[in-house]
Design a protein around this ligand. Structure first.
Ligand code: SF4
Length: 346
């Protein structure tokens, strides 16, 4: 264990959230890093902290401001919960709790984030298990159950807890474990000959590195074919206006802004799209096709055929706003909306 910590102190990456032990900054980084690559997070993290340097500045923000800064990172519930969590903490006096049970009460803080804040910010011997730790432990202890199963999860958390309790510095130890998974014991073929804990590693000893960890098969990707509807009004004076709506109660991009769409899976061809669209909005309106766009979210691949439609009428009974393109650029847009937006004449 000591070797692991020493290795980390020599080899750790210089990352912006490692400059101090401020719990707020660590919390923001940990939430951003969930499901997202380090290289992607760095810019977002720096912009977010510039706009919201403190817990109270985040607590005072609007959801739209937070979503705008988060736009493109995905998994937007994280951003909303971060803001709600800041409001919760400010209402409780503005300090981060220092026990696992109390910190788990904060909106959006789960077992992993709790362990990360308590150990990295406060140097408390609290365990954490993320994807990197799962991979290291599955190999090191030779755990053959699929990592998603409760059997494997129980083992990971027990081992992580045993290790961190023995560590000289929980702060260093937990970061070292995750860094090892990211840099040495990575996916594919790990760099066992550079590994500080190879001596007692089951996978290394038995040559099982490629077989571990075991993972449940991924869900098959579902392809969805949607029609994008970009209503616009040409103005003689002033900029043209485009119709956008905010997503409410949607499976993805909740709270973000979008152009309306017919979210109906079409058969493999797009030939039916104009016919379907005319049936919805009336035959007299002219459809101008834009380039198709696509985006992957969870295990879905959405392919969209967008159409520009010049109309002054409120159509389809959708609640939304008519805005100029510069005003739309200020909104937190969904990834699909951004891809359509780039095709519009600014
Ligand atoms: S020895 Fe290899 S397989 Fe074992 S923990 Fe280190 S890098 Fe991973």
């Amino acid at each position: 264990m000591k070797a692991l910590s020493l290795w980390f102190l020599k080899k750790r990456r210089d990352l912006p959230w490692r400059k101090d032990h401020d719990p707020y900054r660590i919390w923001v980084s940990e939430i951003m890093l969930q499901q997202t690559q380090v290289a992607t997070v760095i810019d977002y993290y720096e912009r977010f902290l510039k706009r919201f340097p403190t817990l109270s500045s985040l607590a005072q923000s609007t959801e739209q401001e937070v979503l705008t800064l988060w736009s493109g990172l995905g998994y937007y519930r994280r951003a909303k919960n971060l803001r709600l969590g800041a409001q919760y903490l400010i209402a409780k006096g503005g300090d981060f709790p220092k026990t696992r049970s109390e910190i788990l009460e904060v909106p959006g803080i789960g077992p992993y984030t709790a362990g990360a804040i308590l150990s990295i910010a406060f140097d408390l011997p609290e365990a954490l298990v993320d994807g990197n730790v799962q991979r290291v432990f599955a190999r090191y202890f030779g755990i053959g159950s699929a990592i998603q199963t409760s059997t494997a999860q129980k083992l990971f958390w027990e081992r992580a807890s045993e290790w961190v309790k023995k560590a000289e510095s929980p702060r260093i130890h937990n970061q070292a474990l995750m860094e090892l998974g990211a840099l040495i014991c990575h996916k594919g073929i790990p760099l066992c000959h550079q590994c500080p804990i190879s001596k007692n590693c089951v996978a290394f000893e038995k040559g099982l590195q490629k077989k571990l960890p075991v993972s449940k098969p991924r869900k098959q990707t579902l392809e969805l074919h949607w029609i994008g509807i970009i209503f616009y009004q040409q103005k003689k004076q002033g900029p043209d206006l485009y119709f956008v709506k905010q997503n409410v109660n949607t499976p993805w991009w909740e709270g973000l802004w979008d152009f309306p769409s017919i979210e109906k899976s079409l058969p493999n061809s797009w030939e039916m799209a104009p016919q379907l669209l005319h049936a919805k909005i009336g035959k007299d309106l002219l459809l101008k096709p834009l380039n198709h766009v696509q985006h992957s979210v969870t295990h879905h691949k959405i392919r969209m055929a967008p159409f520009l439609i010049n109309t002054k009428k409120e159509l389809l009974g959708i609640k939304g706003k008519w805005l100029s393109l510069p005003a739309i650029a200020e909104l937190p847009l969904s990834s699909l909306a951004k891809k359509i937006f780039r095709q519009l004449p600014l």
